[in-house]
Write a protein that binds this ligand. Structure first.
Ligand SMILES: [Fe+2]
Ligand SMILES: [Fe+2]
Length: 218
């Protein structure tokens, strides 16, 4: 559509390509983002507004707020989880987690893009397999994307099929997604996180956050 082209150089998520060390994995990530549905770059993180904080639910919030947060969380969790590994292996696993987090909701609106598709994990995993990458890394990225919703999925059997030690990257992406979505926990609600007004949290801020943490989202 004329005038509707996405300028990828302006997209925060696109800039996370530079966080990937391995050149082959980086190329894979770049191809995936360059072929993402245009709706992915424009959608808010949640169609209902129920499960994400307000900052995630702005136009473009799915890719450039929620997914950027998920990438950051996945990066930090991987740094921690794989810290005892030799640098090469650690960097590889961190790349896997970053790319899986960056692509986990790339098909959130289904195919063709419409409303929320609860099977968007498996859908995105299958779609990602179209892009070239060596098998081991591709398989790990695809399985982390495939299973990213499992904790919220009624089919618990699929979760049980995952071995907790061999699939730490899957758990990292699940947790990164949770950290990047929680209305009450991504930062203390109501307190500025950027600009000239940043301040320490007050007791009132913490009490308000506690109220949100205990409130049932239904
Ligand atoms: Fe998702
Ligand atoms: Fe997500």
């Amino acid at each position: 559509m004329e005038g509707d082209k996405i300028d990828l150089s302006q997209q925060g998520l696109y800039a996370t390509i530079d966080w990937v060390v391995n050149e082959e994995i980086k190329g894979f990530y770049q191809q995936a983002l360059e072929n993402a549905p245009p709706e992915f770059w424009k959608a808010p993180a949640s169609s209902s507004g129920k499960y994400h904080g307000p900052e995630n639910n702005i136009k473009g919030g799915l890719a450039n707020v929620h997914t950027v947060k998920a990438v950051m969380a996945a990066f930090e969790f991987a740094e921690h989880e794989y810290s005892q590994m030799p640098a090469g292996k650690k960097n590889l696993m961190r790349d896997v987690c970053v790319v899986a987090a960056g692509c986990h909701d790339i098909k959130k609106g289904g195919e063709p893009w419409d409303r929320y598709d609860p099977e968007h994990g498996p859908l995105a995993a299958g779609w990602l397999c179209n892009f070239p990458l060596e098998d081991a890394a591709k398989e790990m990225i695809a399985e982390a994307v495939y299973y990213h919703m499992n904790r919220l999925h009624p089919d618990w059997e699929r979760k049980k099929a995952l071995h907790p030690k061999r699939h730490r990257h899957v758990l990292i992406v699940q947790y990164a997604d949770i950290a990047a979505s929680r209305k009450a926990a991504s930062y203390l609600p109501g307190v500025p996180v950027s600009g000239g007004k940043i301040r320490a949290y007050s007791a009132a801020d913490v009490r308000r956050a506690r109220g949100m943490l205990w409130e049932r989202e239904s």
